[in-house]
Ligand binder design. Structure first.
Ligand code: NAP
Length: 370
């Protein structure tokens, strides 16, 4: 029907049913999009995905071609290196008029590979949902993961606009905000605002760690600022290995620019012009949107289901304040009038988020860690 969301009545395949693939499955099922959601993964992962009602049918990687054969839309959600490996087979086996997309965190290598293996009648559009969590696997899948998130689309030059727009409409149905750019623009921006901060956090913690070991620097002194700035130093290497290997040149360029910027600050440390640097950074920091998930990793988050009645948020906030728990970020994700909605709250540490879940569950709310 004309007003149906795109792919509403089509088979949709998700290759790699992990955190992102599983979240796509749950989001699609929650919205009633797709005649069936087909997962392609290892048997163990498929079993977990069935149990969580993420997929309607499952195939192992050995049967990849059977899994995607009927799908009008294929999401590639494995680690980047596996997306690169599988693209030729997927593009070769996809049905005529299928749209193949991926969720990999870098785009140039993936889109170039897709272009090199392009097949008439099969469309490819690169994608990167700017949402995630430090958890992995289908067990952490979340139907609301993409809400209010930027979702980058990097179409190949010859992908028809109508096909890109169809995917953009689906992304909007998830509650995300599609943003079109070229793969190179994406990778350079991601290097600046996501990959460089990861390299900075990793190198800063390593430097302080070595000083602690070699000189007995009292690392226990590390408090607010150091913790905030280095939270992402706990990220798993596996995902970052693929990101760094497929985006090395832009990351090196950003590291060089950062070294220049740090040198400028170094020479200004005891000079008046340091004040200008602080004022400029304050102004730019204030312009970073707070209402969307972006390139930076989110805080430790919880989700709370709340009734649609006046005073709910005030009661939640009072309950947490009573236990001296500070909410760093709060957002109403989806409201169904008369039924209620989901409230996302962010906290600056995992233990704080766990305490918040405890306290709110005791107060009678349906609440869980995200
Ligand atoms: P994940 O939870 O670990 O899921 C990855 C899935 O890929 C697994 O379920 C796994 O399925 C499958 N897989 C196939 N070959 C694999 C291999 N050699 N090693 C590991 N897993 C393999 O990871 P994810 O966070 O969903 O990330 C998937 C993709 O999304 C990546 O390309 C990443 O760059 C991108 N991404 C991640 C985030 C984030 O914050 N996590 C955000 C945006 C985009 P089986 O268990 O069946 O093998």
């Amino acid at each position: 029907m004309a007003n149906d969301p795109p792919f509403a009545r089509d088979a949709i395949a998700v290759v790699g049913v992990g955190l992102i693939g599983g979240s796509l499955g749950l989001a699609l099922k929650g919205l009633g999009i797709g005649s069936r959601i087909v997962g392609i993964s290892r048997q163990e992962t498929l079993d977990a995905a069935f149990a969580l009602d993420v997929i309607d049918a499952g195939y192992r990687y050995e049967d990849l071609e059977s899994g995607i054969r009927d799908a009008a839309l294929v999401f590639l959600c494995t680690p980047i290196v596996r997306i690169l490996d599988m693209l030729p087979e997927v593009l070769g086996a996809a049905r005529q008029d299928a749209l193949v997309t991926d969720v990999g965190s870098t785009k140039h290598a993936i889109v170039s590979t897709a272009t090199a293996h392009a097949r008439d009648g099969v469309h490819f559009v690169g994608g990167h949902p700017m949402a995630g969590s430090e958890h992995r696997g289908v067990g952490a899948a979340d139907p609301f993961l993409f809400q209010n998130a930027i979702y980058v689309l990097t179409p190949s030059p010859d992908t028809p606009d109508i096909v890109v727009e169809k995917l953009a409409r689906l992304v909007r149905a998830f509650g995300a905000r599609p943003m079109k750019m070229t793969p190179r623009e994406h990778d350079r921006a991601a290097a600046a605002v996501s990959h460089l901060p990861q390299m900075m956090a990793t190198s800063l913690v390593s430097m302080v760690g070595r000083m602690t070991e070699d000189e007995g620097l009292p690392i226990r002194m590390a408090a607010g600022g150091f913790r905030d700035l280095t939270r992402i130093a706990s990220s798993p290497y596996e995902m970052w290995r693929d990101i760094c290997h497929t985006n090395a040149a832009p990351i090196r360029e950003m590291i060089d620019l950062y070294i220049e910027s740090l040198s400028a600050i170094r020479s200004a440390v005891d000079r008046e012009r340091l004040e200008q640097a602080f004022a400029y950074a304050n102004r730019i920091r204030g312009q970073i949107p707070k209402d969307s998930k972006g390139f930076l990793h989110p805080l430790h988050e919880i989700l709370l289901l709340a009734e649609d009645r006046p005073g709910v948020i005030a009661h939640v906030a009072r309950t947490l304040a009573g236990e001296n728990i500070n909410i760093n970020d709060i957002e109403v994700l989806n409201v169904r009038e008369g039924e209620g909605g989901t409230i996302r709250m962010g906290f600056d540490s995992r233990s704080c988020a766990e305490r918040a879940v405890d306290v709110l569950a005791k107060a009678g709310y349906s609440v869980r860690l995200r």
